[in-house]
Design a binder for this molecule. Structure first.
Ligand code: BTN
Length: 314
């Protein structure tokens, strides 16, 4: 966007400004201001012209300008049309010393999921990575991942989608056929010493305004469930809730437990080195899953969790 249009938007986002006021401020003719306002309207800005002048009422659904003028987040937000992976961009920012930054993209060309899987990220989704430098030891970082899952569940509830969390952080929706489809996932990456992390990147992938076909089998999207939603307000909701939880880590486990669908279920967890099967009972204060395996009880810190049918011997 050219600088003049950006300045007009900044002005009329603060309150109404008349054509002559803007013309004076930007050293342009009134006709010039009018032309810029018309162009902004043409790309989706809702600019009202009333007796007190032009006023910005609404911004386009998504994009750099929307983020700049319409997204009030507790972090600074950097928008990209397309990137390979927002986690990679956030990691680069971390290496440059950044913090409290969110990288947001419309599309990822090399989105990454857990266990080195590819994560389909067509245009229309919500693909974001939150870069933080929390005062936490690495062992407590999974809490932030659980907090991100809670933030997603609460945000989608506001658009009419009832979702639950499968341990540790898959956001699922029950489909009509009684199976569960994945709506969102979280990939957390970090570096640090044993006592203190240096940085953490929490990558959130939410299948928002994308077709079912584009996200693949076993997954679903908000478009499929409730139609297209306003990604700007959804992102804002996610970030606000996440921020509240991350600044109050003690609240995360109770919140996660409220939204979890794993506890009390029969599960099979593949930790990468072994498979643990039994009934999921609770999560520990760092988010590890406690599984009752007959007479024994096992605690798993990471892995792929499968919900089994009650009588499924797996
Ligand atoms: C999972 O496998 O469930 C985790 C998926 C995480 C995907 C998100 S999309 C934004 C961020 N960038 C990535 O490349 N991955 C995460």
């Amino acid at each position: 966007m050219n600088e003049t249009r950006r300045q007009i938007l900044r002005s009329i986002a603060e309150g109404p400004r008349t054509g002559p006021e803007l013309a004076d401020q930007l050293e342009l003719s009134r006709a010039g201001i009018w032309k810029h306002v018309e162009s902004l309207r043409g790309v989706g800005f809702d600019i009202e012209s009333g007796p007190d002048g032009y006023e910005l009422q609404d911004v386009p659904e998504y994009g750099a300008e929307t983020v700049e003028f319409g997204l009030e987040a507790p972090y600074s937000v950097q928008y990209h049309e397309t990137v390979e992976s927002t986690n990679d961009v956030a990691r680069d920012l971390a290496n440059e010393g950044g913090s409290e930054v969110v990288v947001l993209a419309d599309e990822q060309t090399g989105g990454r999921g857990r266990q080195n899987r590819a994560w389909r990220s067509p245009a229309g989704g919500i693909w974001l990575s939150i870069l933080l430098r929390p005062s936490l030891p690495p062992a407590r970082v999974p809490l932030l991942t659980l907090g991100a899952a809670v933030a997603v569940v609460r945000a989608v509830d506001n658009v009419g989608v009832s979702a639950t969390i499968k341990w540790p952080n898959d956001v699922l929706v029950e489909t009509g056929t009684g199976t569960e489809a994945k709506l969102a996932g979280i990939l957390t990456e970090m570096t640090g010493e044993s006592a203190q992390v240096s940085w953490v990147v929490i990558g959130v992938g939410l299948n928002a305004n994308v077709d079912q076909d584009a996200v693949g089998a076993g997954a679903t999207s908000l478009r499929e469930l409730v139609g297209d939603i306003d990604r700007r307000s959804l992102v804002q909701d996610i970030l606000e809730t996440f921020h509240d939880l991350a600044t109050n880590p003690e609240s995360i486990i109770p919140a996660w437990t409220d939204h979890a669908s794993t506890l009390g279920r029969r599960v099979k967890v593949d930790t990468g080195t072994e498979t643990v099967q039994g009934t999921a009972r609770r999560v520990t204060d760092v988010g590890a899953l406690v599984i009752e395996t007959g007479s024994d009880s096992r605690t798993v810190h990471a892995g792929d969790c499968e919900h089994l049918r009650p009588l499924d011997s797996g």
